[in-house]
Design a protein around this ligand. Structure first.
Ligand code: FES
Ligand SMILES: [Fe+2]
Length: 462
């Protein structure tokens, strides 16, 4: 076990987390050996988010996405219309086959020696392959297609993949969060697969370890008042326009920090205590947009008249899917590790696919104001993340620990999300759950040790 870990001599990996004190060693964030082990043990095994089917509407459409530190080509086949994902690395001698971010392809021809792959990843040709002076019998083409992911899932329009054939089904991987994710992929009138996402991916490069945002973003209510103070002061937080109305009809609901220590997912969540959906309140300054969303909410209310919405339903919080996908009521954000101290954050913002243009424009403008390079809110967070890494990795700083103790021991299980610990909104329960699962992955020999969840694989370490 933990052969790769060389730092701190004889430390076992479990000792980097002190469950009594509620602390985590900074080595987990700054040590390249640990990073390498994460790439093998976590990013080669977990279900990872690739994108959304609305980015690939036509046969031959492709996007280049990432799984951990590696690029993958996600492409809709020209014949069977299926979407597949392949490592973006030529089987001949490793050149990046596709150098575009997105487009439509008949085939993918490697720029080096012209090995050529079709949209199922099969090798269909190679440079000078048919010349009489080439030994064509030495290339068994059927064995040299692009490397395809082991499992692929289109979950209500969202695209996921894992390199591990032994990983459980995506639904089992999500556990009690499956219904919540489905809910967040519905349009505002409550229809499944109801969203499309603005393209291309919005990308930010962050000089920090992937766990800094990946394990704390969307689960850290305590940072908001301080970090986003200027945005709040400017009135940019509460509203999308002139100011969000207060609902006149209160809807019974509770907000918690939640963490699934067995599966690693968790975040800030709303439990709804009544069937139906909360009253729509005006929040847009663009004309007609509130009318659209009020009608859509009315149609959703009719669908849910006898049903209680899943926790974190549209508009009700956000949560993280292990290892590093954040699901909001209106966007997906996820973190790609590049190096120990370099991470890319990608964002897709969604909108009802059947909405009229003026509604789509308003939502896109809001997303740009919020998330964009000159946006207000997300840049606040990045400012912290960028400075955490250099301030934590020096010879002195890395000997200290991070504090994750807030609310430890006060959480309780709740029947509404079986297996998930529910704790006060301002606690660090969700972050601790991420580390419980992180440790299980880092120590596991294979998925046999990780799923199904049983007594030995359920690692609630704190
Ligand atoms: S490396 Fe791709 S064709 Fe040679
Ligand atoms: Fe934030």
């Amino acid at each position: 076990m933990v052969d790769i870990i060389r730092a701190r001599g004889d430390y076992s990996i479990a000792e980097y987390i002190d469950s009594e004190k509620g602390t985590v060693s900074r080595e987990l964030y700054v040590n390249p050996d640990i990073f390498e082990q994460e790439m093998e043990q976590i990013f080669q095994r977990c279900w990872l988010f690739l994108g959304h089917e609305s980015q690939l509407p036509n046969p031959g459409d492709f996007i280049v996405s990432r799984m951990g530190t590696e690029e993958v080509i996600v492409v809709r086949d020209r014949n069977d219309n299926k979407i597949r994902a392949f490592l973006n690395s030529c089987r001949h001698r490793g050149m990046k086959v596709c150098r575009y971010d997105e487009g439509n392809a008949l085939v993918f021809t490697c720029p080096f020696h012209a090995w050529t792959y079709d949209t199922t990843g099969s090798l269909v040709g190679a440079g000078f392959y048919n010349r009489p002076d080439a030994s064509t019998d030495t290339l068994p083409r059927e064995n040299w297609g692009l490397s395809e992911v082991a499992q692929f899932k289109n979950f209500y329009g969202s695209l996921w993949a894992t390199w591990d054939p032994k990983a459980p089904s995506f639904e089992d991987y999500l556990g009690p969060f499956a219904e919540s994710l489905r809910h967040c992929l519905q349009s505002s009138d409550g229809e499944d697969n109801g969203l499309e996402f603005f393209t291309p991916f919005q990308r930010h490069r962050l000089p920090t370890n992937w766990k800094v945002p990946g394990f704390t973003s969307v689960t850290d209510l305590t940072h908001t008042a301080m970090t986003h103070r200027s945005s709040q002061a400017a009135g940019l937080h509460q509203d999308r326009g002139q100011g969000k109305e207060k609902p006149t009809i209160p809807f019974p609901q509770e907000k918690y920090a939640i963490g699934d220590h067995s599966l690693g997912h968790g975040g800030m969540c709303t439990f709804y205590n009544q069937a139906g959906v909360p009253q729509y309140t005006n929040e847009w300054f663009e004309p007609g947009v509130d009318d659209y969303f009020r009608d859509a909410t009315e149609r959703k209310a009719q669908k849910y008249v006898d049903r209680v919405m899943a926790p974190h339903g549209w508009g009700g919080g956000h949560f993280a899917i292990f290892p590093a996908v954040m699901v909001d009521s209106w966007r997906l954000r996820w973190y790609h590790p590049h190096e120990t101290g370099m991470t890319e954050r990608w964002t897709l913002s969604g909108v009802d696919k059947n909405a009229p243009k003026e509604v789509k424009d308003a939502v896109r403008h809001y997303s740009e104001r919020f998330n964009g390079p000159i946006g207000f809110f997300e840049s606040d967070d990045m400012e912290n993340w960028n400075y955490v890494y250099p301030a934590s990795q020096g010879a002195r700083a890395r000997k200290l620990d991070y504090f994750f103790r807030n609310g430890i021991g006060h959480g309780k299980y709740d029947d509404r999300l079986p297996g998930v610990i529910v704790n006060g909104s301002y606690t660090e329960e969700a972050q601790r759950a991420r580390f419980s699962r992180w440790l299980a992955f880092m120590e596991a020999k294979s998925w046999d040790d990780l799923y199904p969840i049983n007594k030995s694989s359920a690692r609630r370490i704190w």
